[in-house]
Design a protein around this ligand. Structure first.
Ligand SMILES: Nc1nc2c(ncn2[C@@H]2O[C@H](COP(=O)(O)OP(=O)(O)OP(=O)(O)O)[C@@H](O)[C@H]2O)c(=O)[nH]1
Ligand SMILES: [Mg+2]
Length: 417
């Protein structure tokens, strides 16, 4: 197991302790052992080494004493900073972005996610080739200062990465087009699409499973839920069709983390396109965590980047079973438990209200020639009564406002007032 030191620069921009703890969890996700951490207060990062010269010296000593293999920085470093730090500290240097990219790369399971992570990694590497090639050449015993041969190699590497990026973009574009077609088909059918969105490890997948299990009594189609960062790296969509109600598509998505590498958000366009085209977004937060406000802020800012911040949404707090009292300080539309399933039915009701509108009761007159319609009504609405008349079946039904469009030809009168 690699032994690491964490280093953070406190510029007063965010809560440092919490951010360093998160960095430690990210490192542990990659099975890196965190031995110690250093935080320095500053007004500005040092252009050459990110942290100040004195701090570099202090860390160098710690590296020797503690037998450290890697130093991980809680920010994205410039290519020059990585290079200089590698030279000064003589161990592997990682920044926050690199760490997150590594986790995504290890976890990616679908072809789409694998392509996206690889693309993000290549985009991240391109401007940093000099630093990377320096550590490669050091491993090979050569000197990265050697001009000529080194530069040619660099140029070759750059061209190879450029070609890779083009190829990956092309493959992803193909997948995106296929998904666009599938989505258009669903949109034409007017099936609402609902996306679960939020910080990593807040309970998005668990909410999906709870809905599948509690409402549909389906357990074999569950998605993976785990107490770890980035358990989900692909979007999974499931059709939700309770008895006597219309259907909607529920999508579980990749979790966010604060300061997600820019390259990653850009590369996950295809996966996150699901979110961009949703009819309703469920902002999922862990109601038992003091980090909920920070998590929701991060989520909102990523959604803004995706231009998805104007989509109708609901704030959903999970872990209701772990909240110590009913007084919840965070703004929310509903608090649920994915363990006891408390309020899962109410969440589903809210989803219907937001996507299909309010419930109404109407009388429909269905001619006997329209065989399919009664069957459709039985499946998708709540039939209150049926009377067989000379002109056809007169049905009193309870349904959602937006469903009426499908049956408007048979509309007789509105009972709801
Ligand atoms: N007690 C309790 N645990 C929950 C609840 N919701 C989720 N969990 C647990 O919290 C952990 C994280 O849940 P996930 O559903 O995997 O979280 P996620 O948001 O999908 O995380 P990523 O896929 O990593 O982004 C799991 O161990 C869940 O079982 C809840 O309401 N109550
Ligand atoms: Mg998940």
């Amino acid at each position: 197991m690699d032994r690491a030191l964490l280093v953070g620069l406190d510029l007063g921009e965010y809560e440092m302790k919490q951010s360093m703890n998160e960095l430690a969890s990210l490192a542990e996700t990659l099975e890196i052992q965190v031995i110690d951490q250093f935080v320095q207060k500053a007004n500005l990062p040092n252009g050459r080494t990110y942290i100040g010269t004195g701090k570099v010296e202090e860390i160098k000593k710690a590296i020797e004493v503690l037998d450290i293999d890697i130093v991980i920085f809680n920010d994205e470093l410039s290519p020059a900073q990585i290079r200089n730090l590698e030279k000064d500290l003589e161990v592997q240097i990682m920044d926050r972005s690199f760490l997150i990219l590594q986790i995504f790369s290890k976890r990616a399971q679908t072809k789409e996610a694998t392509l996206e992570v690889t693309l993000a990694q290549q985009r991240y590497m391109l401007p940093r080739l000099i630093g990377l090639s320096s550590s490669l050449s050091r491993q090979g015993g050569g000197s990265f200062n050697a001009k000529g041969a080194g530069e040619t190699q660099l140029e070759l590497d750059r061209r190879r990465i450029d070609a890779n990026i083009t190829q990956l973009e092309r493959e992803l574009d193909k997948i995106k087009k296929e998904k666009d077609t599938a989505r258009k088909r669903r949109q034409n059918n007017e099936i609402p699409m609902v996306s679960l969105v939020g910080y990593t490890n807040v309970g998005k997948s668990a909410t999906m499973n709870a809905i599948l299990d509690y409402i549909l009594k389906v357990t074999d189609k569950n998605v993976i839920e785990k107490n770890m960062l980035f358990a989900t790296l692909s979007t999974f969509s499931r059709r939700i069709k309770p008895e006597k109600k219309p259907e909607f598509i529920l999508t579980d998505t990749v979790g966010f983390v604060s300061r997600l590498p820019h390259d990653l958000v850009r590369s996950f366009e295809s996966t996150l396109s699901e979110v961009k085209h949703a009819d309703l977004i469920l902002y999922v937060m862990d109601g038992s965590s003091s980090l909920a406000p920070m998590q929701i802020e991060t989520t909102s800012s990523v959604l803004k980047t995706l231009e998805a911040d104007q989509i109708p949404h609901l704030y959903v707090l999970t872990h209701k079973d772990m909240m110590f009292n009913d007084h919840v300080g965070y703004y929310h539309d509903i608090a649920i438990s994915n363990k006891s399933y408390e309020n899962i039915d109410r969440l589903v009701d809210l989803i219907y209200q937001k996507t299909y509108g309010k419930k109404i009761v109407v009388t429909l007159n269905v001619p006997y020639s329209e065989h399919g319609v009664l069957h459709h009504l039985e499946n998708d609405t709540n039939i209150l009564s049926k009377v067989y008349t000379d002109n056809g079946t007169e049905v009193l039904v309870e349904l959602y406002e937006k469903q009426l469009k499908q049956f408007i030809a048979f509309y007789k009168k509105d009972i709801t007032l």
